[in-house]
Design a protein around this ligand. Sequence first.
Ligand SMILES: Cc1cc2nc3c(=O)[nH]c(=O)nc-3n(C[C@H](O)[C@H](O)[C@H](O)COP(=O)(O)OP(=O)(O)OC[C@H]3O[C@@H](n4cnc5c(N)ncnc54)[C@H](O)[C@@H]3O)c2cc1C
Length: 361
Amino acid sequence: MTAAAKVVIVGSGIIGASTALACQDLGAEVIVVDQGPLGGVASANSFGWINASFAETQAYFDLRNAALESFRTLGQRLELQAHVSWPGTLWWEDAGQDFEAQFASLTARGYGARRLDHDEIAALEPNLRACPAHALFTPMEGAAQAQSVAQSLLAHVARRGGQLCPEREVTAVRSSPGAGHIVQTNAGDLPCDFVILATGAAACRGLAGVEWALPMANKRGMILQTRPVQTRIHHILMTPDVHFRQNPDGSLVAGEIFSGDLDPSEDASALADTVIARICQKLRGQPDVQLAEVKLGERPVPLDGLPVVGSVPGAPGVFLAVMHSGVTLGPLIGQLLAQEILQGSPSPLLSSFRASRFAQA
Ligand SMILES: Cc1cc2nc3c(=O)[nH]c(=O)nc-3n(C[C@H](O)[C@H](O)[C@H](O)COP(=O)(O)OP(=O)(O)OC[C@H]3O[C@@H](n4cnc5c(N)ncnc54)[C@H](O)[C@@H]3O)c2cc1C
């Protein structure tokens, strides 16, 4: 009997956790190391919209679209319903030509978006004070509390014998030809066969021993969490000046600019008040919407905005998985990367997302 491959995953956010679970599913012995608490950084500060509605290229759409099904399957398998829901999205962020272009693009891609009129929207969202004339309805989309999902996946990994190492910083990766790798940490060395870097926004800083760092253009974002609100909304709502959704406990999760960059000089507390006021304006009655938490996060964004998944140039046995929309993509990326590393079967879905596109530039 051959020994199980040993994989060290650096980073315990949704990408690291999903990848650890998938590697373990394929028989690997896994160790997850994080310099902070388990569950990730961007993953803890995310809006958590699971969607394929916005994809600059067909390859990116195909990846995201496939990811929806992976997330659903994983959610059912691990009974993640406390942290993941599939309410669908009502989108009217843009109007006029931009709205029509978005509808045409989704329709051409066979995504199943429906164009709803005012009365149809009002029927779906009776607590909206002023419904728009039109919205796009994408019923297949969902939302996740990504940190909780990551923690649930990691708990499952641990129950099956995986090793979790929070509060332990990886300081270097050393390779010796034919003898695997040594992952150096501030609490000792971890020998392994493969290393997976799922370090999110920190990937731009590179790692000693890996002579290549991903060029990145990380962006700041702000997400609000409110206390539970009695007024119910039933979908993920993407409006021109705020996007928000409701967790199963009634709390609202909201943001102002989707995937944009928050100006560092912006007064976060004032912006949070503005976002809350915009939500109140949109809901019937006088809902008591109280702020519970303002989260300022960094979006991990590779320089061209697209995911980077696969082997690190010039570092055999070392792999990277860094992306924005990592909540949407996490479960699928974990599976594809595990298959590539442990079964030698790279997926065509990943062929446009290799790090080599930067290495060649
Ligand atoms: C405001 C905001 C809104 C977003 N909205 C959405 C959305 O609606 N839908 C969507 O799909 N995506 C969204 N995203 C993006 C999504 O949250 C991220 O793509 C995803 O969480 C990335 O997960 P990750 O596991 O790669 O990174 P993280 O969750 O950041 O995890 C990386 C981990 O690596 C650890 N680490 C780093 N360096 C080291 C080291 N040297 N040693 C040990 N550990 C290390 C960190 O401590 C961290 O825990 C949003 C992001 C933000 C910030």
